[in-house]
Design a protein around this ligand. Structure first.
Ligand code: FCB
Length: 516
């Protein structure tokens, strides 16, 4: 996610947001001084996770690996973008990042020390196929084989994301995700990975946050390749959904042990008012931002995210595509960071309305920033609860609502929480011997995990939780100016120091309890 969009300006509307039905009661019952949205201490103390629950940590190739041009790796769109002027805060790049490419052994040992059972990482497509098609690069494959061996030896389950945003530049040169051919190229890549690494990896997710990278990259151009055309976004959506289905089949064909799921970004939406229009807008938001790809896979059709006729023609949908979209995912993965308040954006297209301080999912219809005529909702992040350093509202209850909703809508699937975390800038504190007392991060996880435990107790089949992130890393257009790690990284010498939150999380993993 691009956090900058949350920092811009006032969120006046959100301050007094009405959480139709749900939030209101909570807000009213707050005693003085209590933090809005905070979970009671007793709930945190009582929270328990089932035996065998998979505690894990997550990273992504471009954010941690570095070694951007080593061992035959091709250029990715993030390499190209970060090397361009004026794209990344501070002129930062992922050229070196955490140097995880070379330091993976110590990072895996660190996870083992913290009792981790699952490592969610991503593979850099351009290491495997330097320009995105054709014969694999043996050195790239060998690298990931070595990493997987170390992960398995540490008793950790490898969870592989095939695509965490670093498209080979060669494929962008062929039109990028709006080009339908990429579905086939992606399936080829998936097949290579499953064939070469399927003996070591059994848990595969095709895409990280497919809505986000298509929208940011092609709809509004704030991520590479930096295009801002709503029509390209619509086409990219369909190619990626096809790629999800095609890669599912390619992986299953190449590896009999494979289980395949996804890593969607989801944020529960709450209608701003109880009006029919806001409720309908919230349903469209949920369909577009949360379940668009999930529904395509499990039901072979897109959920109704649109007002009126769905723009299937603009998306490039062809007769018979439903079959290609369909994939019986073995489990459902999604991230939880924050929530949204949704209202109807009204009928008219265009206008000069500015929406600062939030992510406006339907607000970039054309170069002039007009509203798109299809989804017509307005999504804002409220500021009722406290904000992290990145400006995201902390709302523990959101994970309960989201998990419960998905569980209900998709017939109690197995769920993996693929990411959850917060940005705070705490660093080594000399007076405490250089340790990192990041109490706010621990508090963040306590509240959210207590709510997750409650969702599990109420019947949701959640089997894993991955904290974002194993360590501080390259936070996209924010460069190194945001720290999400449970481990502190000094980017001058790559020294890792586990933060207090990381030590706490290690004890949670050992005890399945939050109070330790
Ligand atoms: C998620 C991304 C991840 C990281 C965190 C903070 O949206 O998947 O790469 O940037 O946000």
């Amino acid at each position: 996610m691009d956090r900058r969009r949350f920092l811009g300006g006032s969120l006046a509307a959100a301050g007094g947001a009405v959480l139709a039905g749900r939030g209101i009661g909570e807000a009213e019952s707050l005693s003085r001084g209590q933090v809005p949205g905070a979970v009671a201490e007793a709930e945190i103390e009582g929270a328990k996770f089932p035996d065998g629950f998979l505690w894990g940590m997550a990273t992504a190739s471009y954010q941690v690996e570095g070694a951007w041009n080593e061992d035959g790796k091709g250029e990715s769109i993030w390499d190209r973008y970060a090397h361009g002027v004026g794209h990344i805060k501070g002129g930062d790049t992922g050229d070196v990042a955490c140097d995880h490419y070379h330091l993976y052994k110590q990072d895996i040992a660190l996870m083992k020390r913290l009792n981790q059972k699952s490592y969610r990482f991503s593979i850099s497509w351009a290491r495997i196929q330097p320009d995105g098609t054709g014969a694999p690069n043996q050195k790239g494959l060998d690298h990931y084989k070595r990493v997987m061996d170390a992960v398995l030896e540490a008793g950790i389950r490898p969870f592989c994301t095939l695509y965490h945003w670093d498209l080979p530049q060669g494929l962008e040169d062929r039109g990028g995700w709006p080009n339908r051919d990429l579905a086939g190229y992606f399936a080829d890549y998936a097949g290579i990975l499953a064939k070469e690494l399927g003996d070591r990896i059994t848990v595969w997710a095709a895409f990280n946050m497919p809505w986000a990278f298509t929208y940011y990259g092609y709809g509004i151009g704030i991520h590479p390749p930096g295009r801002a055309k709503f029509g390209d976004f619509l086409k990219a959506l369909h190619t990626v959904a096809l790629a999800q289905g095609e890669s599912f089949r390619a992986i299953k064909a190449a590896s009999s042990k494979a289980t395949v799921g996804s890593a969607y970004s989801m944020a529960p939406g709450y209608p701003k008012t109880g009006s029919e229009a806001d409720r309908a807008a919230t349903a469209r938001y949920h369909a577009m931002n949360n379940t668009f790809f999930l529904n395509a896979a499990l039901k072979g059709e897109y959920p109704n995210a649109f007002v009126g006729e769905p723009p299937y023609e603009q998306m490039g949908v062809r007769a018979g595509d439903g079959k290609l979209l369909r994939a019986e995912l073995d489990w459902v993965g999604f991230h939880y960071y924050t929530r949204r308040i949704i209202s109807d954006a009204g009928g008219a297209r265009g206008g000069n309305q500015q929406h600062y301080g939030t992510e406006i999912e339907s607000d970039a219809g054309d170069a002039n920033g007009g509203r798109d005529p299809y989804t017509r909702f307005h999504a804002v992040m409220p500021t009722e609860g406290p904000l992290t350093h990145a400006g995201l509202e902390i709302w523990p209850r959101g994970i309960y609502d989201l998990v419960t909703q998905i569980s209900h809508e998709y017939n109690r699937p197995i769920i993996e929480i693929t990411e959850c975390g917060c940005c705070y800038m705490d660093g080594p504190y000399e007076k405490e011997g250089g340790k990192i007392p990041d109490a706010r991060r621990t508090a963040f996880f306590k509240g959210i995990l207590a709510e997750l435990a409650r969702a599990i107790a109420d019947g949701a089949k959640v089997r894993a939780f991955h904290a974002w992130s194993l360590m501080d890393n390259f936070e996209w257009t924010d460069g190194y100016s945001q720290r999400y790690g449970l481990t502190y990284v000094d980017f001058r010498d790559e020294k890792r120091t586990v933060k207090d939150s990381g030590l706490w999380y290690g004890r949670v993993a050992a005890s399945n309890r939050l109070q330790n």
